[in-house]
Design a protein around this ligand. Structure first.
Ligand SMILES: Nc1ncnc2c1ncn2[C@@H]1O[C@H](COP(=O)(O)OP(=O)(O)OP(=O)(O)O)[C@@H](O)[C@H]1O
Ligand SMILES: [Mg+2]
Length: 285
C-alpha cells in the first residue's frame, strides 16, 4: 500500500509469497488495484478526448473568423479579375497568365469554403437523410473524374438507412475521404471501395449503427502519420497543390457533430486502409 501511495499504481503483492490466510486478501487487493488503475486510465482517455474537442471548437471559431475575412477579400479580387480578363485577347501570354491566377482564386475559394463549413458545423440544421443516395452521387462523380487504372467498388448493402444530418456535410465526408483514397492510389492504380452497412449492436434494431467505410489499396500510413492525421494543417502532400491538411479535420468535425466516431486502420505499404464513420445515435428508419 505504501508503494501505491507513492504513486506506483501497479505495485502489487505476490499471493504465492504469503501464507494461505492472506492469499485471498492479497488477491482481492490486487483486483481492487486493477480496477482502480483501469478507472484512472479511462478518466485520462476521456479527459484527452474532451480536451481535443474543445481545442477543435476554438480552432473552428478562430478559423471561421479568418475565413470570413478572406472570403470578402477574395470576392473583391474576383470582381476586379473578371473586369481585367474580359479586356485581354485569348491566346496572349497575359491571358494565359490570368487563367493560372484564376485557378489559384478557385482553389483559394474552395479552401475558404471548407474552413467556413468546418466552423459552421455547430449551427447546422439536421434532418433524416437517406445516406446511400448521397454516397451514390459521390461515387458517380468520382467515377466520372478518376483516371484509368483506378476502379471504384460500390458496396452499399442496404439503401434505406437514414441518418440525422445535413446532405452537404455527408457529401463532404464522402468526397474528402474518397479524395484521400484517390491520392493514395493515383501513382500505382488500385481499388477504392465505398461500403455502407448496418450493424446491429445488441440484437435490437433501434440500437443499430450505420457504418461507412472508405478503403483503398494505396500507399498506406505509418503510425506517426496515423497519429497526426486529424491535426489541422497536417499534410504529407505537396502543400498548395493537393494538400492543405484540412480534409480530415473537416470530416472529424462533421462526424463529431453527428455524435459519430471515426476510426482509421492502416499499415504502410500493405493492403486495406479503412476509415470508418459510425453514426449510432442518429439512425432512424
Ligand atoms: N487514404 C489514405 N491513405 C494514405 N494516407 C492518407 C489517407 N488519408 C489521409 N492520409 C494522410 O493524412 C494526411 C491528412 O489528410 P487530410 O485529408 O486531412 O489532408 P490532405 O489530404 O493532405 O489535404 P486536403 O486538405 O487537401 O484534404 C494526408 O496528407 C495523408 O498523409
Ligand atoms: Mg485530404
Amino acid at each position: 500500500m505504501d508503494e501505491i501511495l507513492k504513486g506506483k499504481l501497479h505495485a502489487k503483492s505476490d499471493p504465492d509469497k504469503v501464507g494461505t490466510d492472506f492469499r485471498r486478501l492479497v488477491t482481492r487487493t490486487n483486483q481492487l488495484i486493477d480496477a482502480f488503475v483501469n478507472q484512472i486510465n479511462e478518466r485520462r482517455k476521456m479527459e484527452e478526448v474532451m480536451e481535443y474537442n474543445q481545442r477543435m471548437e476554438s480552432i473552428g471559431t478562430l478559423a471561421g473568423g479568418i475565413a470570413h475575412d478572406f472570403n470578402n477579400i477574395l470576392t473583391y479580387i474576383s470582381t476586379y479579375f473578371d473586369i481585367i480578363i474580359r479586356q485581354l485577347t485569348q491566346g496572349t501570354i497575359e491571358h494565359e497568365s490570368m487563367l493560372e491566377i484564376q485557378k489559384a482564386i478557385h482553389r483559394a475559394t474552395d479552401f475558404v469554403e471548407q474552413i467556413m463549413t468546418f466552423s459552421r458545423q455547430a449551427r447546422q440544421e439536421k434532418k433524416p437523410i437517406q445516406i446511400s443516395l448521397i454516397l451514390k452521387e459521390a461515387v458517380k462523380l468520382l467515377k466520372a473524374t478518376l483516371p484509368k487504372g483506378i476502379s471504384v467498388r460500390n458496396e452499399i448493402e442496404i439503401t434505406d438507412i437514414y441518418v440525422m444530418a445535413e446532405p452537404s456535410r455527408l457529401y463532404q465526408i464522402a468526397m474528402n475521404l474518397c479524395t484521400n483514397a484517390f491520392h493514395a492510389i493515383q501513382e500505382t492504380g488500385g481499388v477504392l471501395t465505398v461500403q455502407l452497412r448496418l450493424e446491429t449492436r445488441t440484437g435490437n434494431e433501434n440500437n443499430a449503427a450505420c457504418i461507412l467505410s472508405i478503403e483503398d489499396t494505396g500507399v498506406g500510413m505509418d503510425s506517426e502519420t496515423q497519429r497526426r492525421i486529424f491535426e489541422p494543417y497536417f499534410t504529407t502532400k505537396p502543400v498548395g497543390r493537393q494538400g492543405s491538411g484540412m480534409g480530415l479535420v473537416v470530416v472529424h468535425g462533421i462526424v463529431s457533430s453527428l455524435k459519430g466516431t471515426i476510426d482509421v486502420h492502416s499499415t504502410p505499404g500493405g493492403r486495406g486502409r479503412i476509415l470508418f464513420v459510425d453514426d449510432e445515435e442518429n439512425i432512424g428508419k
